[in-house]
Design a protein around this ligand. Structure first.
Ligand code: AP5
Length: 219
């Protein structure tokens, strides 16, 4: 099974994708994580991407499509993939359809996670991420046991550069203008499922499992 998680910044795509990939043994592809890694390493890709990310803009389609193509070819798709943060434009969605077709695969479901703008602002201003393993926390909604330290690996927690209020507003604007049109694209294909993204993390995970028709005993 291959899934796309759609939704505004801070809707919980990454949180839910990580949980679901661990639960079902699927692969998790986050274009945001790949780009941030390139920025940290100071590669040519990272230096180019940083200019866009710092302003809350999208990295050009051809760059991101190239990253996804390479990732799919190197990791394979046999275990099923959860696409988190990709596609974000109609051009990316069309490219993904072509890539999946070439691999003899298809997207089964697109999960649209709906949250209000006020909730997004609260969530992103309190988000903290582990530098080492990428685990995600929130200062209020999902705090680590020890402040500043990852529960899972003991790594240091940091705040993302693009989680400043003015950058969040720009990311929300970009989402409305460039990514929301994907809802119609996938509705027409009959594979869109919308869920309410406000509530407990486990509660939302259960809803996702329900809409994709998976029964698990530990959920
Ligand atoms: P990306 O990293 O994809 O960021 P995003 O889409 O803006 O999404 P976020 O990671 O901010 O949020 P999320 O929905 O994953 O929520 P999370 O689970 O973290 O992209 C960053 C940038 O990279 C883009 O702006 C762009 O420049 C570039 N980029 C990436 N992909 C691209 C592409 N395809 N094309 C072009 N450019 C691209 O949760 C947020 C917080 O809320 C956390 O603290 C979490 O603990 C908390 N939380 C989660 N669920 C709940 C809940 N149910 N209740 C309370 N708190 C919760």
């Amino acid at each position: 099974m291959n899934l796309i998680f759609l939704g505004p910044p801070g809707s919980g795509k990454g949180t839910q994708a990580k949980l679901l990939s661990e639960r079902l043994g699927m692969l998790h592809l986050s274009t945001g994580d790949i780009l941030r890694e390139a920025v940290r390493e100071g590669t040519p890709l990272g230096r180019e991407a940083k200019r866009y990310m710092d302003e809350g803009k999208l990295v050009p389609d051809e760059v991101v499509i190239g990253i996804v193509k390479e990732w799919l070819l190197s990791k394979g798709v046999e275990r099923g993939v959860i696409f988190d943060g990709f596609p974000r434009t109609v051009a990316q969605a069309e490219a993904l359809d072509r890539m999946m077709k070439e691999l003899g695969q298809k997207i089964d479901w697109v999960i649209d996670i709906d949250v209000s703008e006020a909730e997004v602002l609260k969530r992103l201003s309190g988000r903290r991420t582990c530098k080492n393993c990428g685990a995600m926390y929130h200062l209020v909604f999902n705090p680590p046991r020890v402040e500043g330290i990852c529960d899972k690996c003991g790594g240091e927690l940091y705040q993302r550069d693009d989680d400043k209020e003015e950058t969040i507003k720009s990311r929300l604007k970009v989402y409305k203008e460039q990514t929301e049109p994907l809802k119609d694209y996938y509705k027409k294909l009959g594979i869109m499922k919308s869920i309410v993204g406000e509530g407990g993390i486990e509660e939302i995970q259960k809803e996702i499992l329900k809409v994709i028709g998976v029964k698990v005993t530990n959920a």
